[in-house]
Design a protein around this ligand. Sequence first.
Ligand SMILES: Cc1ncc(COP(=O)(O)O)c(C=O)c1O
Length: 391
Amino acid sequence: MNHRPDFKTTSHSSGIQCESNADINFQQALANAKQFSPIRYAATPKLRLSELSLISSFDYQNLLFTHSGGTALSKAGQVLKLDSNTILVPSYHCPAAIEPFIWLGFKCIFYRVNADLSPDKNHVHQLINQHDISHCLTINYFGVICHLPLIADILSSTNIIIIHDCAHALFDLLSYTKVHNEADATICSINKILPSIDGGIVTFKSSVPRPLQPVGFVEESKAILYLLGITSIINKLRFAFKKRTEPINGALDNTKATSLCYFNSSKAEQQCFSHTIAILRRSNLNKIAQRRRENYRYLCSALKNSGLGTLLKPQLDQHNVPYVLPFLLHDKSHFSKVRQTGIQCLRWEEIAQTDCNVSQDYRSRLLQLPCHHQLSKQELDAMIKQLKDIL
Ligand SMILES: Cc1ncc(COP(=O)(O)O)c(C=O)c1O
């Protein structure tokens, strides 16, 4: 994958062993993160205590905090589960968005996407006519590409339950930007945007589940030490801590999930760390949103005529707060050159094999470039120069 390629090297080697999804085959990673140069421009921000305020900046009623975006999806599926569950999922995805439903025993059917990552309307209609669809997953890609209103419109004459994956779009979930409420459940991932170790959120249109189990004091303390970079202590603790948080194969208690690479069912009923919630509450979300938007725009204006590739979303909509900048390479072989510059660009390599040509093409060509709020103008300029120098 994708969001943490430098921490996780596990790749899918076989189809998922779940009866109704036996034909799903997540593909092998294309590149090995261990062979990349050290990261100079990270995809996500680091914890800086000076960026946290003493005053909480928002009220978090009706939000259910989960261990991760993945377990937020599993909670959404669990709460909205029916007697028979078949979910439409986008062909362009990362396995972490699909595995929670496989684990829950949903049958997953992939709908094709267009070049702008919108759902292929005809294909969605066709699938609805062919199958008894109960749910539909939509993904907000990178915090900037969202087709929830279109999906809601396509499904408007059905009773299909919509689950909206805003793993990349924390701000959309917080309704901070006051957007769409067509979904029955919306989830996000906290540590894609904020400097936390873990964290996910799920909200429901018409119910508020009880809070999940908090993390114990010892684990919480270890995590805080880890996050603060207290290395002398961490060096002793790292092994024990990593052992617990690093999933996955073999550590699962559910036999259906034995070949899931990203979903950790042992965390399904667990809340994120309390300090993750504190980071969320004490972050200056206004400023973070503004800086991310500025950085995205700055990179867009520098890359708009790049010979290396094209911008998938050159203009931000009013409410978009980017997680990363989607950049479509002209030549897929340039991916490794980009990584050698130290830019932690991500790519969804392990998508399931489907007949969606766009997704299969984007698997090797669509990069996610960092644009987070801590990147300075000097760093952006250095990144831009590195990209220019590739050609
Ligand atoms: C679209 C999408 N959904 C869900 C997830 C899962 O989020 P998390 O890593 O917080 O479990 C990811 C993460 O890779 C993702 O990219």
